[in-house]
Design a binder for this molecule. Structure first.
Ligand SMILES: Cc1cc2nc3c(=O)[nH]c(=O)nc-3n(C[C@H](O)[C@H](O)[C@H](O)COP(=O)(O)OP(=O)(O)OC[C@H]3O[C@@H](n4cnc5c(N)ncnc54)[C@H](O)[C@@H]3O)c2cc1C
Length: 366
């Protein structure tokens, strides 16, 4: 069967999108610029609504086998514990956040796609230009031309497809610079997460599969190792290489232009602090699949209708991430923030915090 939909980009969202389309009976082709998988360090947190989405794709088992189930998060102030967020109190089939590095997530999705739709992923197929007409979309790619009925652009924050269509992307950079390193775990936290809310700024620490631990801190340019030592007392091994990033939010002017739909980071970027971007893209991909199905059955407005919901979801996720960043700001008002966090750690507020952190209640349903 010739593909009716081209997914541009084989990041986590594009691969998930292709699997969801296939499950809905729509044959996809995935066009990826890179010839090899990307191994850079980015997302690790997979939240309960996403685990349910993976279950619906009959894919959750390999993820559970590969990741660490994080059931509790400890908040620590300057030298003293403030409280614990218990994700298991949120209930549901997956009462935890699954920690799995993004390159392993992508490898699992790619393997599933290769098995279910052999040949669907075309690497070395950068999309260079496109012509969107009323009845079809013509793509010029590094591996040759292609004509499809629809395009879902999951080509990331710097989306070429978005640029080719002239869709504006409003980006807002947050203050501060962050550093991130992965190391063997030398803390007593085991499979739990820990968030250090110190007067000097935020440190987040998450378990990784295989006895590792990720450290993320707002460094504002200082060496990560010194920052972690000063704020937490933990000493990182000296051989680490720091990935630095700045947090930002971004929103495309429109998520749908004719027969082209924007998904994942191409449509919306939320701050990595709080770890929601990939999850947001996956839950959006499920919505796109359903709306595309309706559009193919003669309801062209379904895509625009759905885009309005996705836009609201993206704004809500960005607000939640901003609350995380606010808690992590260096401030002279540390005592007040600690009191606020201390209050948040008491029931019932702490259960609300657990729900917010695990991306519940954002009305993902399709
Ligand atoms: C430090 C950090 C930590 C993060 N932690 C988390 C977390 O814990 N949880 C979470 O949910 N999110 C997290 N995120 C966000 C997450 O990494 C992104 O939201 C996610 O990668 C977006 O996936 P995507 O598939 O939309 O885009 P991308 O991952 O950017 O993939 C885009 C793909 O498109 C390809 N491409 C680009 N242009 C073209 C073209 N012209 N033709 C063909 N292919 C093209 C690229 O090569 C790439 O493979 C984090 C981000 C950062 C920076």
């Amino acid at each position: 069967m010739s593909p009716r939909v081209a997914v541009v980009g084989a990041g986590p969202v594009g691969l998930f999108q292709a699997l969801a389309l296939h499950q809905a009976g729509i044959e996809p082709v995935v066009l990826e610029r890179r010839t090899e998988p990307h191994r850079g360090s980015r997302s690790i947190g997979i939240h309960p609504p996403s685990l349910e989405a993976l279950e619906a794709l009959d894919l959750v088992e390999p993820f559970l086998a590969a990741g660490v189930q994080v059931r509790r998060g400890h908040a620590v102030g300057d030298g003293a514990p403030i409280g614990t967020v218990d994700f298991t109190r949120c209930g549901g089939r997956y009462p935890f956040v699954l920690a799995l590095p993004q390159h392993r997530t992508e490898a699992l999705l790619e393997a599933a796609l290769a098995e279910r739709v052999p040949g669907a992923l075309r690497r070395g197929a950068e999309v260079r230009s496109l012509e969107a007409r009323d009845d079809a979309v013509s793509l010029d790619t590094a591996s040759g031309p292609l004509e499809v009925d629809w395009v879902v652009a999951c080509d990331g924050r710097r989306s070429r497809v978005r640029e080719l269509l002239g869709i504006p992307f409003a980006v807002e950079a947050y203050e501060g610079e962050y550093g991130m390193e992965d190391h063997p775990d030398q803390t007593p936290y085991g499979d739990d997460a820990a968030v250090f809310l110190t007067e000097a700024g935020l440190v987040e620490s998450f378990p990784l599969p295989g006895g590792g631990r990720r450290w993320v801190a707002r460094t504002d340019g200082a060496p990560l190792r010194d920052t972690i030592r000063a704020r937490t007392g933990f000493e990182l091994p000296a051989d680490g290489s720091t990935s630095s990033f700045r947090a930002e939010r971004g929103l495309a002017g429109t998520f749908v232009r004719g027969r082209v739909v924007l998904g994942g980071d191409a449509a919306h970027v939320v701050s990595p602090i709080g770890g929601q971007g990939m999850n947001l893209g996956w839950l959006g991909a499920n919505r796109i699949t359903r709306a595309l199905g309706l559009a193919m059955r003669g309801e062209p407005d379904a895509l625009a209708r759905d885009a309005r919901v996705r836009r609201r979801m993206a704004k809500a996720a960005a607000r939640r991430a901003e609350a995380n960043m606010w808690l992590g700001r260096p401030t002279a008002q540390g005592v007040w923030r600690e009191r606020l966090v201390g209050a948040l750690m008491r029931r019932p507020l702490v259960d609300g915090l657990a729900r917010a952190f695990t991306m519940r209640g954002l009305r993902w349903g399709v």
